[in-house]
Design a protein around this ligand. Sequence first.
Ligand code: SF4
Length: 239
Amino acid sequence: MTTTVAPLRAEIDPADRAANLSRAFVDASALEILDVAINREFQGEIALVSSFGAESAVLLHLLAQVAPDTPVLFIDTQKHFAQTPFYRRKLAKELGLTNVQDLLPDQREVEAEDPGGDLWRSNPDACCTLRKVRPLNTALSRYGAWITGRKQFHGGERLSLPVFEHKGDHFKVNPIVSWTPDDVEAYFEAHQLPQHPLVGQGFPSIGCWPCTHPVAPGEDVRAGRWRGKAKTECGIHRS
Ligand code: SF4
């Protein structure tokens, strides 16, 4: 007689595990998703990655309610608008986030690959790899999963994002993937969250200063990112 034994979680194919979780939590609240990710599925091996941009306060406020000591990784490209590091410090303090970490590019690599600081002009993909992808990959080697604030309404490759994904060596958790612009705005108002200073100047999506432009009414949220170039993503979600 044979006995069927349910596979241990570690034996489940990671892509299947992510798909199962997405099905189970497709209608769950963002708080429930964060709670299950941080306190059950990926306990002790998960970080949140935040740009401290236009909509970041929502996810960070949700995180502060679940586990304010969760590592929050901020990629400091050294090309941010001056307002962004200011906003990063203000939000961390006001929300009580106790473990925000700044990820800087390797300075030897910067000297070798971008000595003039204008690589963004000639080769933005290489610049993003140097200043974003590699520092994040180094930091994420300490974790098995990370939390993102991506949303389907951002369009492009984000239109079909699930709640849980598995890519490369990591799980990714997208707790507010199905939120609409109205949801985001309502959450800001309900919790009196401070806006990034550039939002009021026409920047609904905020990255590095050389590659972020204001957006006209009616344009896509991310239309000002790498405006005029085919590039639409920095590459951290492809690695
Ligand atoms: S967004 Fe622009 S400046 Fe920032 S890392 Fe990418 S190419 Fe460089």
